[in-house]
Design a protein around this ligand. Structure first.
Ligand code: ADP
Ligand code: MG
Ligand code: ZN
Length: 415
């Protein structure tokens, strides 16, 4: 029996008429059993790049993923498409776990999602051997980087697992900086460079804008008012602020709710589900709201406070406009934000090297905030890409005065 062709499965299982840019090459490499590292922007369609090959391959593809919510979403979607997929996580009910083992025992399972913590158990390797693991996929592979924001110590066990099973490994992330890339290669592939796919980072449909923080509540309200009825996210630096700002938006007759890590899981799930389902909901959130969201038509993303790094900024605005239609962003920043972010880094427990890296990422974002020419050019340059002025950012819309010195000069002249 020959395996059904990847393109046929793309349509019949996933319902997509075609690959997105970059996907096909990655799928081809993974199908060929090559080790691969794919860097693709948020919303670029990374999941498909390991899910589709898993269906064409004998045996089980084990997917390591950092968040239970993320795994559950993917498993749910796969099962709805008729694919045998399951997850082994601490969030499982006994019945769910039994079902997973039954599918594994009967050799039906194609994709087995697993939290990295599982790898700490000695029994896991035996299990993965027994079930016929034929490939490993690592989602959010930047979690292996000790200097990154999402470091997960158990990701360090993945390299060992790859060696022990001796099967191809494909790693996926949206984080592009060279250091992180190098660290992924060292830790996941023993330094043997895999095939690397580094796709363009530009999300040309997302309008970029920054503004000096003046009266932030009014600034955000004005931005939301101009987009009434459209789904949006407002990111805030603190939990308390998500609650007060959501309240203010409701008072201005917006549908808005808050979301942060201090809420119970049920309350969080409720907001996630509502956001996914409803049109025109505004979620005012900390960065806890993010990785698991897969809503294509988020029309705007605002930052009431400066994000902690240029990567966080990119990832957070990247949640808008995944459907390719125009999306707008507004990032507020002021001296207090900068102080707050600096203190956060300085007072953290990270080793000095990592603190230096964090300051560098924050500085890159400040550079973007204070840019005087096309922001996209600058953002892309940070990720190693060159581009022409974009025509879709506030500085392309309205170029600032050529001479920054105008004001002081005028003052000096009139003195
Ligand atoms: P990433 O993990 O890179 O952030 P996802 O895998 O979550 O992105 O995919 C983002 C969205 O793109 C999802 O809604 C997914 O269904 C959609 N998608 C993926 N591949 C295709 C494709 N070939 N055609 C159309 N939509 C796609
Ligand atoms: Mg993903
Ligand atoms: Zn521009």
């Amino acid at each position: 029996m020959t395996a059904p062709s990847a393109t046929a499965l793309l349509a019949s299982v996933f319902g997509f008429p075609s690959f997105r840019p970059g996907q096909e090459e990655i799928v081809r490499a993974v199908l060929a059993g090559q080790n691969a590292l794919a860097i693709m922007p948020t919303g670029g369609g990374k999941s498909l790049c390991f899910q589709l090959p898993a269906l064409c391959r004998e045996g089980v593809t084990v997917v390591i993923s950092p968040l239970i919510a993320l795994m559950r979403d993917q498993v749910r979607a796969l099962r709805a498409a008729g694919v045998e997929a399951g997850a082994l996580t601490s969030g499982n009910t006994d019945a769910e776990t039994e079902e997973v083992f039954a599918a594994l025992d009967e050799g039906r399972m194609k994709l087995l999602y697993m939290a990295p913590e599982r790898l700490a158990s000695g029994a896991t390797l035996g299990l993965l051997r027994r079930i016929g693991t034929s490939a490993i996929a690592v989602d959010e592979a930047h979690c292996v980087s000790q200097w990154g924001h999402d470091f997960r110590p158990d990701y360090l066990r993945i390299g060992e697992l790859r060696r022990a099973l001796d099967v191809p490994l494909a790693a996926f992330t949206a984080t592009a900086d060279e250091e992180t890339r190098a660290e992924i290669v060292t830790r996941l592939f023993d330094g043997q460079p895999p095939e690397i796919f580094l796709r363009g980072f530009d999300r040309p449909n997302i309008h970029l804008a920054f503004a000096a923080k003046d009266k932030p509540r009014e600034q955000i309200l004005r931005f939301a008012d101009a987009r009434r009825g459209q789904s949006g996210i407002v990111y805030c630096g603190t939990r308390a602020k998500t609650e007060t700002l959501a309240q203010a938006l409701r008072e201005a007759r917006h549908a808005a709710c808050h979301y942060h890590g201090g809420m119970d899981p049920e309350g969080r799930r409720e907001v996630e589900a509502r956001f996914q389902r409803d049109d025109g909901l505004i979620v005012v959130a900390t960065v806890a709201f993010g990785m698991g969201i897969d809503k294509p038509d988020i029309r705007w993303v605002a930052h009431a406070d400066l994000p902690k790094s240029i990567e966080s900024y990119y990832q957070e605005i990247g949640r808008g406009g995944r459907d390719g239609a125009p999306a707008e962003t507004l990032t507020l920043y002021g001296p207090d934000d900068i102080r707050y972010r600096r203190t956060q880094i300085d007072e953290g427990l990270a080793p000095p090297e990592r603190k230096a890296a964090d300051h560098g990422r924050l500085n890159a974002l400040l550079g973007l905030a204070e840019a005087t020419a096309c922001r996209r050019q600058r953002l892309l340059a940070y990720f190693g890409e060159t581009a022409e002025p974009c025509g879709n950012c506030d500085l392309c819309d309205t170029p600032p005065d050529v001479f920054d010195a105008t004001e002081p000069v005028r003052k000096a002249l009139s003195a």
